[in-house]
Design a protein around this ligand. Structure first.
Ligand SMILES: NC(=O)c1ccc[n+]([C@@H]2O[C@H](COP(=O)([O-])OP(=O)(O)OC[C@H]3O[C@@H](n4cnc5c(N)ncnc54)[C@H](OP(=O)(O)O)[C@@H]3O)[C@@H](O)[C@H]2O)c1
Length: 428
């Protein structure tokens, strides 16, 4: 075993600067003794002020050149983005047989299968603990700790920005746009928040977890995605009256028909751990056939937690703890077989805004009964500031196509003021 590993770090933003500070404070952090020394860095701007000192570190304008440098033993990619310089640099490092550590969920979710094949062909580890749940070790748990079991499902909160926004909407009674603007001011949300609030960031992460959990090739395009941008304060309040909290839930489940991967707002019972994971926290349930249910919760972002996860991967490289990139060797990964969402069965919350006139409730109940949807609970409650009267109900378990048909029929009711709002009740 060598005494020292020379580390090249591409990307010196939140995570990259956090990693440089970590490595300068704890160069001998790896359990078995070898030290990590940074021998090259790359970013866009050489002169930008940074929270880490790079004055004595060799600079590379091009991250691909850094990845290929003979002075670098392990390449750390912290640039971000599914393509462009991040992908080019990672491929270059792997082609040179160098271990790669990355926090880049977009890259792994969208190109994980081909990169895994390249890494394994070159005998080079490709590690990405920080890509999902930042400092909370979800990747290692699925790739290593759960190999003795068969994972049936994973479900959780994988985007801290959305969790912060939903928690703040409930706590402060402010609408989505207002809270998003505050999240941007506080640095919880990007200037362009689409990846987060549109659910796409969580979709990248659950795509990776599904591949690790079920041994299938990561297939980002197969995820069904709905973000938090259409969540209304009215539904947050009404859900709470019914004993639920709205969360952005990312889930993946295996059945005989294949695998379903979804991200969407969902109701969790108020006392459920997912409902109680507030602020910017991340949380995840893993359900194994033999082990049963495991729950982890922790920070999903931030310089300190994310850099610690990157460092844990560097430690694995330095100590030679190498496994297949996903749960099994790249050549054995199953093609992803999506489950037809129309046939999945679950419970739902349905909110209607109706004119306050006689016979409306009977018409709603009849429409649901005709479509084959049975009601679990029903609430009619005037809400200050709402146009019309909200009628809210939760259903018993029903196939999604049946529910969709009921919503279509309901939308045609003359007393309706706005289209029905359907939110699934989380299967957790
Ligand atoms: N932030 C988190 O808490 C967190 C958590 C988990 C995972 N991640 C992932 O970690 C990665 C990095 O995130 P971050 O938040 O640290 O991003 P960031 O703050 O935006 O930093 C990105 C870095 O990449 C550099 N860069 C951009 N284009 C480049 C190019 N063409 N060549 C060389 N360098 C280039 C930038 O250079 P300049 O500084 O010169 O502009 C910057 O230093 C992403 O994949 C992200 O998804 C982040």
């Amino acid at each position: 075993m060598r005494d020292e590993w020379r580390v090249g770090v591409a990307g010196l933003g939140t995570v990259g600067a956090g990693l440089l500070n970590f490595l300068s404070e704890r160069p001998g952090f790896a359990p078995a003794g070898p030290r990590a020394r940074v021998t090259g860095v790359s970013a866009r701007s050489r002169t930008r002020p940074r929270p880490a000192d790079i004055s004595n570190l060799p600079w590379f304008d091009d991250p691909v050149a850094l990845a290929a440098s003979p002075e670098v033993d392990v390449f750390v990619e912290l640039i971000g983005g599914s393509d462009g310089p991040a992908k080019a640099a990672v491929e270059t490092a792997l082609k040179h047989g160098k271990p790669v550590v990355t926090a880049n969920k977009a890259l792994i979710a969208e190109h994980g299968a081909e990169l895994a094949a390249l890494a394994e062909a070159q005998g080079a580890p490709l590690l990405f603990e920080a890509a999902v749940m930042g400092g909370t070790p979800a990747v290692k748990m699925l790739r290593e700790a759960m190999v003795g079991d068969e994972v049936v499902a994973v479900a959780g909160i994988l985007n801290g920005t959305c969790n912060f926004i939903l928690s703040e909407m409930e706590a402060s009674g402010r609408a989505f746009a207002d809270v998003l603007a505050e999240a941007q001011r506080l640095g919880y949300a990007e200037a362009d928040p689409t990846m987060d609030v549109g659910g796409f960031d969580a979709a990248h992460k659950i795509t990776i977890l599904a591949a690790l959990a079920f041994g299938c090739a990561p297939t980002y395009g197969a995820a069904e995605v709905e973000g938090v941008d259409k969540v209304e304060l009215l539904d947050i309040r009404l859900a709470k009256d019914l004993g639920y909290r709205i969360k952005l839930v990312a889930s993946a489940a295996r059945s005989d028909g294949g695998v379903s991967v979804r991200v969407h707002p969902a109701l969790a019972p108020l006392e459920h751990p997912l409902a109680r994971a507030g602020g910017a926290l991340n949380a995840l349930f893993i359900e194994g056939k033999r082990i049963g249910r495991i729950y982890i919760q922790g920070p999903g972002a931030g310089a300190g937690p994310t850099a610690a996860a990157v460092a844990a991967d560097i430690a694995d490289v330095m100590t030679g703890a190498v496994r297949p990139v996903f749960q099994k060797p790249a050549g054995d990964l199953q093609p992803f077989t999506p489950v037809d969402a129309a046939h999945t069965v679950g419970r739902a919350y349905l909110r209607l805004l109706v004119r306050d006139q006689p016979g409306v409730i009977a018409a709603v109940s009849e429409t649901l009964a005709e479509a084959g949807v049975s009601i679990d609970s029903f609430l009619q409650k005037p809400v200050e500031g709402a146009d019309g009267v909200p009628i809210v109900l939760t259903t018993h378990a029903v196939a999604e196509q049946v529910l969709a048909e009921a919503v279509r029929r309901m939308a045609a009711l003359p007393a309706l003021i706005a289209p029905p709002r359907l939110i699934r009740i989380a299967r957790i």
